[in-house]
Design a protein around this ligand. Structure first.
Ligand code: ADP
Ligand code: ADP
Length: 226
């Protein structure tokens, strides 16, 4: 089944002149896919990610995320959809300083209303999945960049979202820890998580099973290599 369905999506930023950030984008992503969105600066990647993440609305076109048409939904409905069904990872890790890895991840479940004990239990399991069991009680400043990003990935995943959106997840990392984070995303895909990675790094893109190239708000090519 599909997690993402976009048809003829347009997004124009008003101004003199207006900027056509998305100019007729169509995209279909099935459950369990790992997809890279690649393109130069200004090509529309962030706008596309914001539309996929329901943080921004298309002006026209169909946007269906996890089976729901975004156009007809209230902002309140969309924020619930995001909390329950979409995980976000950014270039900056946005971890709470002074808070342990375990509790940073457990915070990803605050919206569930689960007890702290239950949230910590699930956080511990998710940290295990990202290979960080022995770092549960470390605070962000005691972790390497790559480890911090793995904590951020765990926080995004702890609620078992249908869709994980990663915006330049390796942008703040050296190439070795960046490669480890991408490898982790490859492994997570084996669990059926659907993952979209925005990147302008062609090395990152080269190893992904599917790469969508975007230029001037249009999809230039959509290639599957595996
Ligand atoms: P990318 O992520 O590939 O760099 P963006 O989606 O950020 O591309 O930007 C696409 C185009 O839209 C660019 O020309 C950019 O300058 C413009 N743009 C992005 N955000 C805004 C905004 N809030 N207001 C006006 N123009 C914007
Ligand atoms: P339990 O059923 O005991 O609550 P789970 O293994 O179902 O434990 O989930 C605990 C946490 O571990 C979840 O919040 C989830 O993030 C993570 N997790 C474990 N396995 C998976 C998986 N295959 N896919 C997604 N998340 C998983």
């Amino acid at each position: 089944s599909e997690v993402v369905l976009l048809r003829d999506v347009h997004r124009v930023y008003p101004g003199q002149p207006p900027v056509r950030a998305l100019a007729g984008v169509g995209l279909r992503i099935e459950a369990g896919e790992l997809v890279g969105i690649v393109g130069p600066s200004g090509s529309g990647k962030s706008t596309l990610l914001n539309v996929l993440g329901t943080l921004d609305r298309a002006d026209t076109g169909l946007v269906r995320i996890d089976g729901q048409d975004v156009a007809g939904r209230s902002d309140r409905h969309l924020s619930a959809l995001r909390a329950h069904r979409i995980g976000f990872v950014f270039q900056q890790f946005f971890l709470a300083p002074g808070v342990t890895a375990l509790d940073n991840v457990a915070d990803g479940l605050l919206y569930t209303g689960a007890s702290l004990r239950e949230r910590r239990r699930r956080a511990a399991r998710t940290l295990e999945r990202v290979g960080l069991t022995d770092r549960n009680h470390h605070r962000p400043h005691e972790l390497s960049g790559g480890q911090r990003q793995r904590v951020a990935v765990a926080r995004a995943l702890v609620g078992r979202p249908a869709l994980l959106l990663a915006d330049e997840p390796t942008g703040a990392l050296d190439s070795t820890s960046g490669a480890a984070v991408i490898e982790l995303l490859h492994e997570l895909r084996g669990d059926g998580t659907t993952i979209v990675i925005i990147t302008h790094d062609h090395h990152v893109a080269a190893d992904l099973p599917r790469t969508v190239h975007i230029l001037d708000g249009r999809i230039e090519s959509d290639e599957r290599t595996a």
